[in-house]
Design a protein around this ligand. Structure first.
Ligand SMILES: [Zn+2]
Ligand SMILES: [Zn+2]
Length: 417
């Protein structure tokens, strides 16, 4: 079923999560079963008994539609889908095998496969919480992440894939979901201990957003997406005090004592806690140093024009976290014609100013004839819960409630079912 926007469900919903999408342009997929006798396969003309289920099943668009159902409720066995895209269009894109609980529905859309996992919400949430963060995280962080992820899916405000009748996809575009292998005792516990609990504001489920690291100040939603200001998605200083810094030139090279910074969440320990597809690196403060040649090379490809020199990058507007959402980029073409490109949102800035994708749009630019240096802060859009900041709070004994109300101002927790 598809979740209705702003309706409080009375019982645990079954979600439809897209695992392989038509945009992946897949005509074949391999599926395997750890115990085939637990699964029944229904094709367009008949229901095959579970004794006929093979250990490995190769499905192609020529097979038509198919429904794979588990006949016995057992959380330890799932359906493994091989070669599932993770990190679509991002620099960390790869394919992985995922083992799914619930049922699998295969249909054909525009000549390509659409593979949907029909899964009870709490099982989905137990997988999402640790796909996004490792289960070695302290319980207050896992609970905060679990409640945030549950609120986001139940608020159903984004609905990025409603044309495919999906509640969400499996990837960073919605929420990273990598199935059963990611579930651990602690993530099951976080899901169980917070079962049915969501964040509410003004008696509505919060469209709770989150990103990896805000960089010290979280961003207001209206500075990132085309949406009205939302009280619980407004910028907060991510530290124990309200010391808001606005001198950006200093901010990006300075290490304030904030929850996502070195004092609360030491960077050399983050690999223990971060989800497994994240590349290790610097998230809180980073520096990229391009030569003019390097920059012009990838930039030419992005705009499909031969660029010989970047003359100037002018910041027109920053959000409260320092994230740029409006800039002018002046360049010369190979023919020596000066041109200007105007980029007017955070996502496109991150896409255009990096060979693949920039960590965040919070940076200052330092450039000369030879080099373009970007000094930046944070990773992700920076709105709502800062995952590394929430980790820093949890490691320093803040409670789930304290973490959630720090990032989502004036919200209340409510148990729906
Ligand atoms: Zn999506
Ligand atoms: Zn933060």
């Amino acid at each position: 079923m598809n979740i209705m926007q702003n309706k409080f469900p009375q019982s645990e919903p079954i979600l439809r999560i897209g695992i392989i999408l038509p945009i992946d342009k897949r005509k074949e997929v391999t599926i395997s079963f750890s115990d085939p006798s637990l699964f029944e396969i229904e094709t367009f003309d008949r229901l095959n008994p579970s004794s006929k289920t093979p250990e490995i099943l190769n499905v192609s668009v020529d097979n038509g539609e198919m429904l794979i159902t588990k006949i016995i409720e057992d959380d330890n066995y799932g359906i493994t889908i091989h070669g599932v895209p993770a990190g679509r269009e991002f620099h960390w894109e790869k394919t992985i095998d995922v083992t799914l609980l619930g049922n699998v529905d295969i249909s054909i859309k525009d000549e390509y496969l659409l593979l949907t996992n029909c899964v009870p919400l709490e099982q989905y949430i137990a997988c999402v919480a640790v796909s996004e963060m490792s289960s070695t995280c302290p319980s207050a962080l896992l609970e905060s992440q679990t409640i945030t992820a549950r609120s986001w899916i139940l608020a159903a405000a984004e609905k990025k894939h409603s044309d495919l009748n999906l509640d969400a996809c499996n990837d960073d575009c919605c929420q990273r979901y990598q199935g059963l292998d990611q579930i651990t005792d602690s993530s099951r516990k976080a899901s169980k201990d917070t079962k049915g609990i969501v964040l509410t504001y003004d008696n509505q489920i919060c469209d709770a957003r989150y990103s990896k690291s805000c960089g010290g100040i979280s961003e207001s939603a209206e500075n990132v997406w085309d949406m009205p200001p939302t009280p619980y998605l407004s910028s907060v200083y991510d530290g124990p005090n309200d010391n808001v810094e606005t001198d950006w030139d200093n901010w990006f090279t300075y290490y304030p004592k904030v929850f996502c910074g070195q004092n609360y969440a030491p960077e050399d320990e983050l690999h223990k806690y971060l989800g497994n597809v994240d590349k290790e690196g610097h998230y809180f403060r980073w520096l990229l140093n391009f030569t003019q040649n390097e920059f012009c090379k990838f930039f030419s490809e992005k705009i499909n024009e031969h660029v010989s020199h970047i003359t100037k990058i002018d910041v027109l507007n920053r959000g409260k976290s320092g994230r740029i959402n409006h800039l002018y980029l002046d360049y010369d073409t190979n023919e020596g014609i000066p041109k200007t490109l105007r980029i007017n949102n955070e996502y496109d800035i991150r896409k255009m100013l990096h060979p693949s994708f920039l960590y965040s749009s919070a940076f200052i630019i330092n450039m000369d004839e030879k080099h373009i240096k970007l000094f930046g802060a944070g990773w992700g859009h920076g709105v709502g819960l800062c995952q590394i900041g929430a980790l820093g709070m949890a490691l320093n004994n803040y409670s789930t409630n304290e973490i959630l109300t720090h990032y989502f101002i004036d919200t209340e927790l409510k148990r729906l079912y």
